[in-house]
Design a protein around this ligand. Structure first.
Ligand SMILES: Nc1ncnc2c1ncn2[C@@H]1O[C@H](COP(=O)(O)OP(=O)(O)OP(=O)(O)O)[C@@H](O)[C@H]1O
Length: 289
């Protein structure tokens, strides 16, 4: 069963739509990269999936059950600001979370904290480094034994070593329990190493949704003389141009003139190409007004 589906979901804050007509069905047991530029609607989508924000239109469902204003028992959500009681020690925090959750595995939390991060249980949460705090927050989220883990920017403000540790905790759970993870982030190169699936949101709409390998294989970056651009076949997503040379991102590239070089994009250039396209659409709409 799909861990998370969205059917024509939209969210309006006052007069402005943050998300519109978003439909998707995420596959089970995958690690999903939720990408998009600042203000694209990633947090809004995750908060709606966690039952913290109600959609204005459409419906989200977790394992087939519509999300109606409360978190599904199989879901754990870690918000961007990692809300933790800073005056508690790690031990007190873990005990408090155990008391607050009907379903809880102390062993899981101790495994994660003990063997992977070696966090000091007697340290006050507020005195931990940002990396250690994130690791504690992820370990606690996993204490709920979620089947769907929603993480909003789990890697932001972490140094490369702390990022690696945080990802290791997450991936250990994926390997041990087949958890589905949806992780918003701007760090595409890091996501590429751990994610199977991409959901790209921009302008409040889903721009890309699919298995990363398949999505990359459907696209090509073409570089060649600007004068011959009209001879290139396929669906143009976006391009950058100098007087002599064009660099184009195409979906389902068709005929490629001999003077052009073609290569499969990496995740970063693919996402950049789509974000550039929506930026161009926004500029054109502004110019037309
Ligand atoms: N509570 C709110 N009230 C009014 N507008 C909001 C609220 N929350 C979000 N928005 C607006 O909705 C849009 C989407 O915001 P959201 O935080 O979901 O984006 P995001 O993709 O998570 O951004 P970032 O990458 O910067 O965290 C933005 O324009 C934001 O200003």
């Amino acid at each position: 069963m799909n861990p998370l589906t969205a059917d024509a979901v939209g969210k309006r804050y006052r007069s402005r739509w943050a998300l519109r007509e978003c439909s998707f069905a995420l596959p089970e047991g995958k690690v999903v990269a939720l990408a998009g530029s600042n203000g694209a609607g990633k947090s809004t989508l995750l908060r709606m999936a966690a039952g913290l924000v109600r959609p204005t239109t459409g419906e989200l469902a977790v394992f087939g059950t519509p999300v109606r204003g409360r978190i599904h028992p199989d879901v754990a959500f870690l918000a961007q600001n990692r809300p933790l009681y800073r005056d508690f020690t790690v031990r007190e925090l873990v005990r408090a979370c155990a008391a607050m959750n009907d379903r809880w595995s102390a062993d899981r939390v101790h495994d994660m904290l003990g063997s992977i991060t070696r966090v000091d249980y007697d340290a006050k949460v507020g005195t931990l480094s940002a990396g250690a705090r994130t690791q504690v927050a992820i370990a606690i989220a996993l204490g709920r034994l979620p089947r769907l883990l929603l993480l909003d920017e789990p890697l932001s403000d972490l140094d490369p070593l702390a990022r690696d540790e945080a990802l290791r905790i997450i991936m250990t759970d994926v390997a041990d329990r087949g958890t589905t993870v949806v992780m918003s982030s701007h760090l595409l190169s890091e996501l590429r190493e751990v994610c199977d699936h991409i959901l790209l949101v921009d302008e409040g709409r889903i721009q890309l949704d699919g298995d990363i390998e398949e999505v990359l294989a459907r696209h090509r970056i073409l570089v060649g003389p600007s004068a011959e651009e009209s001879a290139v076949g396929g669906t143009l997503i976006s391009g950058t141009r100098t007087e002599r040379q064009s660099t184009l991102l195409l979906r389902e590239a068709g005929s490629v003139p001999a003077s052009w070089a073609a290569a499969e994009p990496d995740l970063e250039s693919l996402v950049m190409g789509y974000l550039r396209a929506s930026h161009e659409r926004r500029s054109q709409a502004r110019d037309a007004q």
